[in-house]
Design a protein around this ligand. Structure first.
Ligand SMILES: [Zn+2]
Length: 308
């Protein structure tokens, strides 16, 4: 079990300055220094947001090298190859950058890639399951062809007003049934499911068929108004309950903080809120594993962290 944080690929490339919008360089400073600080706080892996699943081009290689230099692991946040065009391009032949593939193999890395099921208003759920499965299969076949041991995690989205397989436990289970266990699992975004629970769209307890197939976890809190991707509050009952369930099911993967400071309206304190969330996550993981025979080597209660 280890702690992670999502960072946009543009930030990791040192290219999120300018453009008029605040980004991580404004909130957290230069990436190398911030990665060092995160590591000191117990973060051991970075989720690279905005990865193109088809090209794996030079920008991904640069981002991975930066993270590897900081002696951290990484995961990818990507999307399913859209429509028949991208999927068939993937199936037709090698399209990924050989240098990026060589780097991953050299590192011996087998990262998780998070994707989302297709979601289109007005399209029947069965059709969305079918197109999502087709695209997932194309992705998995292409990783096999490139000899990349990447496991794909389909993330549960929050309910945004449109029904679809990607926003329910049952929808993801339907998709999962049509893919092999060792190549496709689920990403449990606990902030998303909590939002859907509040909206009356999901039961508070997920079925065991969902929990047993979780291979990755996204963590964030909700604002008092129910806005997602907020820093962790002092008490996070939904996180504690979710992590306890995963402990019981034998989950030993990553708990990745997915935080969007652009929503918080306090740029000056964004970095503090991120680092405080890392410490709180460490405490929750520590507290929820008390009494378990299996220990969690990746996360330890930070010294003096009782007041975070
Ligand atoms: Zn997420």
């Amino acid at each position: 079990m280890s702690a992670g944080l999502s960072l946009p690929i543009h930030y990791l490339l040192g290219a999120d300055k300018g453009g008029g919008k605040p980004g991580f360089s404004q909130w957290a400073g230069e990436p190398d220094a911030f990665l060092g600080e995160l590591k000191q706080h117990g973060v051991s892996t970075i989720e690279i947001q905005g990865v193109d699943p088809v090209s794996f081009d030079g920008s991904l290689l640069t981002a991975m090298r930066r993270i590897a230099r900081a002696e951290m692991g990484f995961t990818f946040h990507s999307h399913l190859p859209a429509g028949s065009g991208q999927a068939s391009r993937l199936c037709r032949g090698p399209v990924r950058s050989p240098a990026t593939i060589a780097f991953l193999k050299e590192l011996g890395a087998s990262p998780i890639m998070v994707v989302h099921a297709f979601q289109t208003a007005g399209v029947k759920p069965e059709a969305l399951v079918k197109s999502s499965v087709q695209s997932l299969r194309a992705l998995v076949v292409s990783f096999r062809r490139d000899s990349l041991p990447i496991r794909v995690a389909v993330e549960i989205n929050r309910y945004h007003g449109t029904d679809g397989p990607g926003v329910t436990y049952d929808g993801l289970i339907q998709i999962g049934k049509q893919c092999s266990d060792d190549e496709v699992g689920f990403c449990w975004d606990m902030g998303h499911t909590q939002s859907s629970v509040f909206q009356g769209k999901l039961p508070s307890a997920p079925p065991s068929d969902f929990v047993s197939r979780v291979i990755h976890v996204h963590v964030h809190d909700l604002s008092p108004e129910g806005d997602t991707h907020w820093p962790l509050a002092a008490n996070c009952p939904h996180l504690e309950a979710g992590i306890r369930r995963l402990n019981v099911s034998g989950y030993t993967g990553i708990f990745n903080l997915e935080l969007y400071p652009s929503r918080w309206g306090d740029a000056e304190r964004a970095k503090d809120a991120i680092l405080r969330s890392v410490l709180r996550l460490g405490i929750i993981c520590h507290e929820t594993t008390k009494g378990l025979k299996r220990r969690t080597p990746g996360i330890v209660k930070p010294a003096g962290a009782g007041d975070v």
